[in-house]
Design a protein around this ligand. Sequence first.
Ligand code: M6R
Length: 617
Amino acid sequence: MCGIVAYIGTKPAQPIILEGLKRLEYRGYDSAGIAVLSVPSGSKTGQVKVVKKAGRIANLEAELKNVAPAGLPGTLGMAHTRWATHGGVTDLNAHPHRDDKAGICVIHNGIIENYAALKTYLQEKGHRFISETDTEVLTMLIGELYEGDLEAAVQAALREVTGAYAICVMCENEPDTLVVARKGAPLMVGIGAGEYIVASDASAIIAHTTQAFPLDDYNVVKITRQGFRTSTTSNIAVNPKVMQLELDLEEIELGTYEHFMQKEIFEQPQSLRNTFRGRLQKDDGKVVLGGVSNFAKELVRAKRVILTGQGTALHAAMIGEYMLEDLAKVPAVAEYASEFRYRNPIIEDQTVVVAVSQSGETADTLAALTEAKERGALSLGVVNVVGSSIARETDAGVYLRVGPEIGVASTKAFTGQVAVLAMLTLFMARRRHMSTDACTRLIEDLESIPGKIERILEQDAAIKKVAERYCERENWLFLGRGYNYPTALEGALKLKEISYIHAEGMPAAEMKHGPIALINDGMPAVFIANRGRQYDKVMSNIAEVRARGGHVIAIATEGDKEIKKAAEDVIFIPDIAEQLSPMLTVIPMQLIAYHAAVLRGHDVDKPRNLAKSVTVE
Ligand code: M6R
């Protein structure tokens, strides 16, 4: 979603905020803009210059070269990448926006839900709008309420709005002030030496400082070059918790890879080693999860677990549902957060809700979590981004520790989420009924996963050939059963989101109930056919597709001789307990999707219309 960077200090703002903006490109956007405030010598007030363009940041840079070849002067500035919600992708709708009265300038991530009513009110007051955006309405409202104190005007305006926002505001009358605020969309303040950098996430801050604090909902921070003050929209003082950012600059750079998605696929052996580190105690048949240990009793007594998330996170949650019922013997269900929230769900006593999210900022998941908490559930987070909203809102949780995921298509977060849910399952199962031996065997299998993924990755060139053979086909099927039904959904999602090929994932058995009509000559059907309880049934489904002219790409277990006769293409994975197999079976599908998208000429890290973190409902 939209990316926000702002700077106040003593250095020229433009290069700092443009560089930060580039680090936020991965979030997904369709236009970009910048505003810098300069103070003419002898003047007490400043002048804001805004440059904004539809399209990539490169378009903005070209425009900047035209209008200000030496760069926009000034040491206070803000920059924004917009992901359109209200109004088309145009230069005028891009941020920053300005008011028509008080010299106010605003960038915003989120949606002002009551913008229509506010706009009518402001139009009646004589304001003239030039864009179609909700953000311009908020900007005019701040200007309307401005009486010489920017912080007070922002607080007053935010008391009038409903919806979600992360905003940065500056004002020509107050050239030493930047006001930022948040509700429902991420924003953090980086504290440097005599300078501050505000951004949607740490990746735009880390090059300048490792000291930062995230804003909580309804927080307003007034920042000057001398210091900052945090309050609520009702002007009650707040003490923010400053933390040490643990991000390493190298982790957010491409290195020798061509794309972040490729880098992150290949990072999975290492990212999973980090996920497991210190948490698996094979000899005792125990899993140690510090983040939830205070709630061990509640987890043992849990009568029901509801897992929730969106997209890839939901697919991981579905695997968690299967593991919890199968291994921990606790009733479990996985559900889209967006549906859970609005269907008036019944939350009985001793229900645990697990919110699964890479970013920890997905608005639907956050809203579902809030709903579940209000209805009395114990809430756990399975989250990657430390200090994110979901991580802070949940009662307890387990971090993925897979490092920053920049590629819009989620890969290492998926295997990290499944790994954490597997450990959570064993944590509960051992305390409920599972024997030490049974747990030890599964821990051994978990420990073997990074090495086994390395062996699958060695087949990259052969997997690329499969992608080459079929990448021109516009319709694909992904089929699996049991634990690998959610993995089939994930394979289809990967392919469609970056290659724009239509792909459907479903339980292999469901095919006969309708989708089989789609199969025509040469249609690629990816079958997850690893050894497991339903292997024979999957083999029958493969035969049904072959009989109708479909081309079968099978993901099978090493040593399976039958499969070679049954499928056109076979990608082998090492043997593993069926419950943990999704962490292996997904790897060939990630690689097929990656290569197909590159072969079709797409920018896999910036797929059209997509945002990395969806912070609006
Ligand atoms: O940050 P989250 O894990 O909460 O994000 C959830 C989905 O938006 C995300 O998984 C999305 O589906 C990805 N683009 C999938 O690759």
